[in-house]
Write a protein that binds this ligand. Structure first.
Ligand SMILES: Cc1ncc(COP(=O)(O)O)c(C=O)c1O
Length: 383
């Protein structure tokens, strides 16, 4: 099955139409072998040697995502962090990288605390502003520009096509963390990015029952070959069962993401003028900073992630999260169940996140049930 013949949701639901020739099974098996037989003449003609570099259970999940992203090749990793850090570890000491100030905090921490001691020069900038990006690029020295859009947890939007143009003019690669957008809403490679990364823990899997990561490349090149080696040599490889579960989760990606995005827009609009909410951060709102850009760059909606700022202080925000029944108080995002999180608490000192902010990951429950639950939780601490 190819994208010329079928729509992405058809390709995804049928996992590209794969059928096991030997058994006629329409669901792939789980391969658990850690090692593969060598040919008598000492060759490995199967192309498979050892599970740290290869596993047939990866094949279908990698192929489906590669098709959705329109890539040259996709690799699965043990987590989103394993995927993202491999992209940076494939660079060389002395290389300069530009990363956004507002981004997934775990990766920001790793970049500022570990990548720097490996010799990478990491510069945090406002990635939403093209003039800032242009001024920070050092032609020949900047090797990678990292974009996250919409970016955690303020959901600011970065222009992928423009940032790619600027990065390429300076000789740098552009990588996009597209976890929040998912392939349902955005195709970063088609907009000019060189690499697209996902925490597959989130929407791609969608059921909060595994950690996984992916990187897709637009073309084969020296940096990509090093990313492959980093995965194999460090062992940031996904387990067999998780790979199989991920493929199962991905089959419903379009249904889940469309439902979550529609509900997120409804919830954002409902609370936009709410007296107990000082601000709703969601790229789907016409009042939001990145709305016009999001309309160009994203299709079929704006994703299932939004944040609200509770009128009052940090204690009021924490109390709202404590008072919800349906929204589960937990970190992470992109599952079928809705989550609420006081984000500054998990990010700790130095976070750019306002202390009155609650991050909402909208699931696939009834949107009015979610609104009623949040309404109730908002009124309790103020009554
Ligand atoms: C946008 C984004 N990127 C990367 C990651 C890291 O992924 P993982 O937790 O799968 O390592 C996360 C996790 O929350 C995330 O939200």
């Amino acid at each position: 099955m190819t994208p010329d013949e079928f729509a992405p949701e058809t390709l995804t639901a049928q996992a590209l139409g794969w059928v096991d020739e030997q058994t006629r099974a329409i669901t792939p098996p789980i391969h658990v072998s850690s090692t593969y037989l060598r040919d008598p003449d000492n060759e490995y003609r199967s192309g498979r040697v050892y599970q740290r570099d290869n596993n047939p259970t990866f094949d279908q999940a990698e192929a489906v995502l590669n098709t959705l992203e329109g890539g040259h090749e996709t690799l699965l990793f043990a987590s989103g962090m394993a995927a993202a850090t491999s992209v940076f570890q494939a660079l060389q000491p002395g290389d300069h990288v530009l990363v956004p100030r507002v981004m997934y905090w775990g990766l920001r921490n790793w970049l500022t605390n570990f990548a720097t001691s490996w010799g990478l020069e990491v510069e945090l900038i406002d990635m939403t502003d093209a003039a800032t990006v242009q001024a920070a690029l050092r032609p020949g020295t900047t090797k990678l520009v990292w974009v996250e859009t919409p970016a955690n947890p303020l959901w600011s939007v970065t222009d992928i096509a423009e940032t790619a143009r600027l990065a390429h003019a300076a000789g740098a690669l552009l990588a996009v963390d597209s976890t929040a957008a998912t392939p349902v809403h955005t195709q970063p490679l088609a907009l000019g990015a060189d690499l697209v990364m996902h925490s597959a823990t989130k929407y791609l899997n969608g059921h909060s029952d595994l950690t996984a990561g992916t990187v897709t490349t637009r073309s084969d090149n020296e940096h990509w070959q090093r990313v492959r080696l980093v995965r194999a040599q460090i062992g940031g490889t996904l387990g067999s069962f998780e790979s199989w579960l991920l493929l199962r989760g991905m089959r419903t990606l379009f249904l889940r993401v469309r439902a979550a995005s529609a509900s997120a827009l409804h919830i954002a609009q409902h609370f936009e003028q709410h007296p107990l909410v000082s601000e709703v951060l969601y790229p789907g709102l016409a009042s939001s900073q990145g709305h016009d850009l999001a309309r160009q760059q994203m299709r079929e909606g704006f994703g299932g992630m939004l944040s609200i700022r509770v009128a009052g202080d940090e204690a009021a925000a924490v109390a709202v999260a404590a008072n919800t029944r349906l929204w589960k108080r937990a970190t992470s995002l992109g599952g079928v169940e809705s989550l609420i999180e006081h984000r500054a608490s998990i990010e700790g000192p130095g976070t750019p996140v306002p202390t009155d902010l609650l991050r909402l990951s909208v699931g696939i429950e009834n949107a009015d049930d979610l609104i009623r639950d949040l309404e109730r939780a908002l009124t309790i601490p103020n009554s």
